[in-house]
Structures are given as structure tokens and as C-alpha cells.
Design a protein around this ligand. Structure first.
Ligand code: A3D
Length: 320
């Protein structure tokens, strides 16, 4: 059986890391696409030359032509520009919306059966626009953010509790931005919810609140340190986790920016929710019940996302 084909649209920091991870995990043959001539070709060759030491046979190639992504099983989109210090994700909207148009049309024309994972920011609005431009089924287009946000939350919690991050689960909802909603009630250490751990004296409410805030600011913390771009190792790892769930039909329960129509009181919009990812793409959106406070935070996040979607419609009349 032929190896799956993975198209990476955007061969920058995240795109290159995605290619390397996909190769090491032997998820499939990789095509790197970028408008920057030489970048995808150079990265593909460099990664291919790591094959003999790493022991993978997956093929790597780079291109400026959408024809080369034909028949891709998975497309992961990082094309566009990242943040610089002082910028919010929302500042990227105008420029990245134009990029989503060309990428969406490229996928529509050459890889209409792919499972598409968008990473380009501002995430929730860009995945909505990418779906509109590509016309693919909603369950085959989603955005990576929740896996990363919950991984950051899990990392900070594991450090606080001095336990393995494997035993820490975390639950993050809402848009990928300052309004994201880390749900402590559904986040646990070996099944014990965080509020119970506060009661048990493992940590204090103040420390937990600080960790929640650090999770919300997780992207900005790294932008501030790097100064020339944003995080790329953990974002790439998170998207690969989602791609693997699709390619191996794992039915993973993962938070992602998915199209929600009916669940959580939402009518036809993309936002971060818990989902099941398998061979059908986003096979299910999990309709959790929220407390009044959680619902208020979620509603706030939903309206922030809606505001960005409306801004996209204002910029590109074909989306209105
Ligand atoms: P970067 O290293 O600049 O790579 C972006 C690549 O896109 C560059 O190589 C560009 O040449 C290429 N590009 C630009 N326009 C086009 C186009 N029209 N078609 C194809 N390629 C194009 O950025 P990066 O890899 O660090 O980040 C990529 C995106 O991911 C940015 O928008 C970031 O803000 C976003 N990001 C999202 C998260 C989430 O958790 C959602 C985390 C980190 C970064």
C-alpha cells in the first residue's frame, strides 16, 4: 500500500518542524509548499539527508506548485506571517486572510479529499476562512490550538505538582487568544480534579490562577523571548498529534477549532471545543455542560471569535 501523502502549506519554522516530525514518525511522504523559492526544497533535502541516521524511508520534496500536493491525505497549513513582540494574533488578520484565500483555492483544486489542519493565526477566524475558500466538508477542516494550549497547561501543572506530565490532563475551550478558557474543573492529576487538589493542599488557588493566566499568555511569553517569531516546536508537535489521529483512525479525544453547529449552544461557527478525531476527520464535537461562570467566559471567547469572522467578511466581500 502506498504511503499516505502529507502536504505542508508553508515551509517556515512550523512547516519545517512538521516535516521533520512526520518523517521521524513515518507518517507518510511529505510535500513542502511555500512561495519562498528554495525554502521548501532546501528544507526537504536537509530532512531527507537525516533519513539514513534516523532510519526513515519517507520521501521529502519541496515545491512552489500546488499541482504537487495532488491527492494529499492531510494538509497542514502554516502559510502566512507570525507575530512579533507587541503584536496580538488579531493584528495578523488582514495579511493572513489573503494567504488563506490562495491556500484554500489551492487545496480545493488539488487536494479536495484531504483532512486539513490550519495553524495560521488568528486561528479560529483563519480556519473559518480557509474552509469557506476551499469549500471542503466542515468535518475535514479544523484548526490546531487546543492541543497546544492544553499541552502548555499540562506542562505548567506538572511542574507545579512535581509529577509526570503523563498523569496530568487538561481541558481548554474557546478561541485561541486572550479569551481562551482553561477549565480547571475538567483538568486533573490522575483523575483528581484541580479544585480538589487545592482543597487537599497540593497547591493554592492563587498559584492555580497564575498558571491559568500563564497558559493564556503562553504564546506571548515565547514571542517575547524569541523576538523574531513565535513558538514552533510545540505547535508542530500538537498538529502532528492531530494528523496521526486522522491517519491511524485513533478516535483521539482532542480539543481543536472545529465547526460547531448545535452543540454548546452554537450555530455554525468555528471555535475551540473537545472533539473526537478519526478517519472521518472531526467525527464528533463533545457537548459538555458548563457552569454559569464557565459559560460566561466561553460566551466572551465566542464573541471575540465572531468579531474576527465579521472583520474577515468586511475585508473580503466574497465571504459575506
Ligand atoms: P514562518 O516561519 O514565518 O513561516 C510562514 C511561511 O509561510 C513562510 O515560509 C512564508 O514564506 C510562507 N508563506 C507566506 N505566504 C504564503 C502563501 N501565500 N503561500 C504559501 N506560503 C506562504 O511562521 P511560523 O511557521 O512560525 O508560523 C506560521 C503561522 O502559524 C503564523 O501565522 C503563526 O502566527 C501561527 N502560529 C499558530 C499557533 C497556534 O497555536 C494556532 C502557534 C504558533 C504559530
Amino acid at each position: 500500500m502506498a504511503r499516505p501523502k502529507i502536504a505542508l502549506i508553508g515551509a517556515g519554522q512550523i512547516g519545517g518542524t512538521l516535516a521533520h516530525l512526520a518523517a521521524i514518525k513515518e507518517l507518510g511522504d511529505v510535500v513542502l509548499f511555500d512561495i519562498s523559492e528554495g525554502t521548501p526544497e532546501g528544507k526537504a533535502l536537509d530532512i531527507a539527508e537525516s533519513g539514513p541516521s534516523e532510519g526513515f524511508d519517507a520521501k521529502m520534496s519541496g515545491t512552489q506548485s500546488y499541482e504537487d500536493i495532488a491527492g494529499a491525505d492531510v494538509c497542514i497549513v502554516t502559510a502566512g506571517v507570525p507575530r512579533k513582540p507587541g503584536m496580538s494574533r488579531d493584528d495578523l488578520l488582514g495579511i493572513n486572510l489573503k494567504v488563506m484565500k490562495s491556500v484554500g483555492e489551492g487545496i480545493r483544486d488539488h487536494a479536495p479529499n484531504a483532512f486539513v489542519i490550519c495553524i495560521t493565526n488568528p486561528l479560529d477566524a483563519m480556519v473559518w476562512a480557509l474552509r469557506e475558500f476551499s469549500g471542503l466538508p466542515h468535518e475535514k477542516v479544523c484548526g490546531m490550538a487546543g492541543v497546544l494550549d492544553s499541552a502548555r497547561f499540562r506542562h505548567f501543572l506538572a511542574e507545579e505538582f512535581q509529577v509526570s506530565m503523563r498523569d496530568v490532563t487538561a481541558f481548554v475551550l474557546g478561541g485561541h487568544g486572550d479569551t481562551m478558557v482553561p477549565l480547571t474543573r475538567y483538568s486533573t492529576v490522575a483523575g483528581i480534579p484541580l479544585p480538589d487538589l487545592v482543597k487537599m493542599g497540593w497547591t493554592t488557588q492563587e498559584k492555580l490562577d497564575a498558571i491559568v493566566q500563564r497558559t493564556r499568555d503562553g504564546g506571548a511569553e515565547i514571542v517575547g523571548l524569541l523576538k523574531t517569531g513565535s513558538a514552533f516546536y510545540a505547535p508542530a508537535t500538537s498538529a502532528i498529534e492531530m494528523a496521526e489521529a486522522f491517519l491511524k483512525d485513533q478516535k483521539r479525544v482532542l480539543p481543536c477549532a472545529a465547526y460547531v453547529d448545535g452543540a454548546l449552544g452554537l450555530k455554525g461557527m468555528y471555535v475551540g471545543v473537545p472533539t473526537v478525531i478519526g478517519a472521518g476527520g472531526v467525527e464528533k464535537v463533545i457537548d459538555i455542560k458548563m457552569t454559569k461562570d464557565e459559560q460566561a467566559m466561553f460566551d466572551n471567547s465566542v464573541s471575540a471569535v465572531q468579531g474576527l469572522v465579521d472583520a474577515c467578511k468586511g475585508i473580503d466581500s466574497s465571504l459575506a
